[in-house]
Write a protein that binds this ligand. Structure first.
Ligand SMILES: C[S@@+](CC[C@H](N)C(=O)[O-])C[C@H]1O[C@@H](n2cnc3c(N)ncnc32)[C@H](O)[C@@H]1O
Length: 462
């Protein structure tokens, strides 16, 4: 691999004796990983049913290496059913560090395509709230699709600038992740095109942008709250020095120790401008020291103050359904769902689309929304049609009428291609299609035929 010359020289001067091992890692095979969706299954279940040859990732309990030459997990129906997310192994370490717990209010500020959001959202439970934000509209759409695929009901997807959000949610979030845009030096092996954009000037531009984003994140973090900052690049300017500048600007931010094991290294004091000692608490994942492309991770806490967290942000008010809407939704629910609990959650109607907001969802007025929680479906004339997102958020036990496909039988391929299926049943109406008991989408049965409602944009072409 022809690394940019200036990059090579810079890494040589930074790494000294270690530089050759670092350069050699670019000639080795890249490690591929997947992380399971713990809302759908646990590690034991997964290890029993995994159709791929997998190996545990030592620094992520729910992460596995797979062999790209042998398996293509992205083409398996378990992927379409949201059982796992294909994610670069060292990137998985980031989600682990935010220490989210059930009920937390979390902001993922730079979230697309959703690797870390899908990780965090499965940890905060039914009562937690995740705002998954992406500044670029196209990337926000891809993010929203991954949130849907994972069946997440506690997440709102937004398309905003950090600056605008900081005005709306001061001192609000318990946890914030800034997985910052960066010069991507850890992406060279996966995407050699990324090397074309590398220059020292670009590194410095990224560092400036990161500092700006962090200052907005600071405004939104509750006193006592935790912030995790990460990049997939190696330059000290975007890592140690960005954190150094951040704690200098905001002295009430303390760097919290990250546990270094399995080849994970501390951040380097000598790479800061003023020998910041606490930088050793940050983490560096190097491609020549573990099986992953590389990351930098820092964890910080905002000191508690007498001034309490912002209590003035109200909860998002529910949209009151019209009599007809209420009737159509309730008819659908009664005829098709079992134990689908909406207690304590608010409906949100946008045009004719019905969403179920996460519990404790803050006021969303003025925010550009891409997904207002769980998309339940659409009101049509005198009936309610369920959305694909609802199917993926259910368990098989919640479907009244179910048609289970087997991953051993290629009927699933026909379903994902959008073809009709046959059934011996005599039901008329909505049927939840599952794959080995995991929901995959909707179909509508009439006269022994299952009409396909798998979304057109997701269908397999061959
Ligand atoms: C490293 S990627 C995020 C990856 C994501 N967290 C994941 O795990 O899938 C950084 C993201 O920051 C977004 N971004 C770029 N400029 C930004 C800005 N000025 N403010 C906030 N986000 C920005 C990019 O569009 C990109 O999606």
């Amino acid at each position: 691999m022809n690394l940019p010359i200036d990059f090579k020289e810079k890494m040589l001067s930074l790494l000294g004796d270690e530089a050759n091992d670092f350069f050699d890692s670019y000639t080795e095979k890249r490690a591929s990983g997947l992380r399971i969706n713990t809302n759908k299954l646990d590690a034991n279940n997964w290890e029993q049913i995994s159709p791929f040859s997998i190996e545990n990732i030592p620094f992520v309990p729910t992460g596995y290496y797979f062999n790209e030459k042998e398996d293509q997990p992205g083409k398996h129906p378990y992927h379409s059913a949201g059982l796992f997310y294909i994610q670069e192994p060292s990137a998985m370490f980031v989600g682990e560090q935010l220490d989210v717990k059930a009920g937390d209010h979390v902001l993922d500020l730079c979230a697309a395509p959703g690797g870390k959001s899908t990780h965090i959202a499965t940890r905060i439970g039914e009562n937690g709230f995740l705002m998954s934000n992406e500044i670029h509209p196209k990337r926000a759409k891809a993010l929203s699709e991954n949130i849907e695929r994972f069946g997440l009901a506690n997440t709102v997807v937004t398309n905003e600038t950090p600056e605008r959000l900081s005005k709306l949610y001061p001192n609000y979030f318990d946890k914030i992740l800034v997985d910052a845009p960066c010069s991507g030096e850890g992406m060279f092996r996966k995407d050699p095109e990324a090397m074309k954009y590398w220059s020292q000037q670009h590194v410095e531009q990224c560092a400036n942008k990161q500092r700006e984003i962090l200052s907005y994140a600071y405004k939104m973090l509750k006193p006592g709250g935790t912030l995790v900052y990460s990049t997939c690049t190696f330059s000290p300017e975007e890592n140690e020095q960005t954190i150094e500048a951040f704690v200098q600007e905001f002295p009430d931010m303390d760097i919290i120790p990250i546990h270094h094991s399995h080849g994970i290294q501390p951040g380097k004091i000598e790479w800061t401008k003023n020998q910041l000692k606490d930088i050793v608490h940050t983490a560096r994942l190097w491609p020549h020291r573990l099986r992953g492309e590389g990351h930098f991770v820092a964890k910080l806490r905002k000191q508690s103050r007498l001034e309490e967290a912002n209590e003035s942000i109200q909860l998002q008010a529910a949209t009151k359904l019209s009599k007809v809407q209420e009737r159509d939704w309730n008819d659908f629910k009664q005829n098709n769902l079992i134990h689908f609990n909406t207690d304590g959650k608010a409906f949100f109607v946008f045009k004719d689309q019905l969403f179920l907001l996460p519990r404790q969802c803050p006021q969303l007025k003025g925010v550009h929304l891409v997904r207002a929680g769980l998309h339940l479906g659409v009101f049509k004339k005198n009936r309610f049609e369920p959305n694909h997102a609802l199917a993926l958020a259910l368990s098989i036990k919640q479907g009244k009428h179910v048609h289970d496909l087997s991953s051993k039988n290629e009927e699933w391929l026909r379903y994902l291609r959008g073809e009709t299926l046959k059934t011996t049943g005599n039901h008329r109406g909505w049927v939840l299609i599952t794959i080995d008991q995991f929901p995959l989408g909707w179909s509508k049965e009439a006269n022994g035929i299952l009409k396909n409602f798998y979304p057109k944009g997701l269908r397999l072409l061959s």
